[in-house]
Ligand binder design. Structure first.
Ligand code: NAP
Length: 309
């Protein structure tokens, strides 16, 4: 099947952390239509229909989600509306316009009982309302009858323009002498720049294969490597120090999950195996430490420009 010179990309959740990165990195062969929360509300059928009618998309990327993992425990209805039912509306719009749907999901669909990286075919077993709602979103896309979809599960996102662990630790390290960080939950941090690159690699693969033999379906993507939240925090503080940031923090203390009770249960191990993505695209996946260094370098240069400007 032929592709238009520029594929029309409906970017749902354009104002979020990943959405912004996708806008910034979209290749020239896409015409991006950013659909922020105000323009498209996933809980409102008619708002989804109206936005899609305006864009007439070739591709829909869904970065919108109810991402407050602890908040979802007491706001189950909204979490399921946005994360569970919203993707069904997008899958139905994708069918209507013969568009490809890229839907983002999460490592929190797993129960954390594995001791080696999770494969796409491993059985999900979410521990939280957020995880259950995101799993429902995946199921809705799969059972919609849409053929052209990529569901990409990812983990521990960081990047500019969002509330995330790197920003939280950077702030706390300026404010407190001691940080107490959970050391018995393992996963992989993922730079939004690398995830945005992976999404466009899969869409480029679709173009290369002319859709016919394109391996659509479920993929895992995160950076390479694994760490605990404690190790992640130590790396962040070490980079802040290297960059000469004025910090108050003197100690980072490893603690157990039970010492820091939160409303939502998290998997103790949620490392994702990326082999399916690597085999399909032939792309390299950077280590999380390399990508974190790169992110700090970019932030530092941006800061330098600001103070000089
Ligand atoms: N962040 C992580 O660590 C992480 C880890 C694994 C997977 N993921 C997944 O990755 C994707 C991107 O995450 P992110 O961190 O970029 O999220 P984010 O920064 O929280 O952005 C989510 C966006 O969704 C919008 N949104 C919320 N409710 C909506 C609705 N009813 N209709 C339309 N838009 C709505 C939000 O708008 P408002 O701000 O106006 O509400 C926000 O712009 C999500 O699918 C998430 O589940 C994230």
């Amino acid at each position: 099947m032929g592709f238009p010179e520029k594929r029309r990309l409906a970017l749902v959740g354009a104002g979020g952390m990943l959405g912004r990165m996708i806008q910034a990195l979209s290749p020239k062969d896409f015409a991006v239509y950013p659909l922020g929360h105000r323009r498209l509300d996933l809980t409102d059928h008619s708002s989804v229909a109206a936005a899609m009618e305006e864009v007439v998309p070739d591709v829909i990327i869904n970065c919108a989600a109810y991402t407050n993992v602890d908040g979802a425990e007491s706001d189950e209805r909204t979490a399921f509306q946005v994360n569970g039912e919203g993707p069904a509306l997008l899958a139905s719009a994708a069918r209507k316009y013969s568009a490809t749907l890229v839907h983002i999901s999460t490592d929190f669909v797993f129960d954390g009982k594995n001791s080696s990286p999770y494969l796409e075919e491993d059985k999900p077993g979410p521990l939280s309302v957020y995880g259950c709602s995101k799993l429902q979103g995946e199921i809705e896309v799969i059972k919609s009858g849409l053929e052209k979809y990529f569901i990409i599960r990812t983990s521990w996102l960081f990047g500019p323009g969002g509330k995330n662990f790197v920003e939280t630790i950077s702030r706390l390290a300026r404010e407190r002498e001691e940080l107490r960080i959970v050391a018995d939950q393992w996963g992989t941090p993922t730079y939004t720049e690398d995830l945005a690159g992976a999404i466009f690699n899969l869409l480029a693969l679709e173009k290369r294969t002319h859709q016919e033999g394109c391996p659509y379906g479920l993929y895992h993507f995160s950076n390479q490597g694994a760490c605990s939240w404690y190790e992640f925090a130590c790396e962040i503080v070490s980079l802040l120090k290297k960059n000469g940031r004025p910090l108050k923090v003197k100690r980072i203390v490893p603690i157990a999950t039970e010492d820091f009770p939160l409303p939502a249960r998290r998997p103790s191990y949620s490392v994702l195996c990326k082999q399916k993505y690597i085999s399909a695209t032939g792309a390299d996946v950077p280590l999380w430490t390399e990508s974190l260094h790169k992110y700090f370098l970019i932030q530092k240069n941006a800061g330098t420009c600001q103070t000089q400007g």
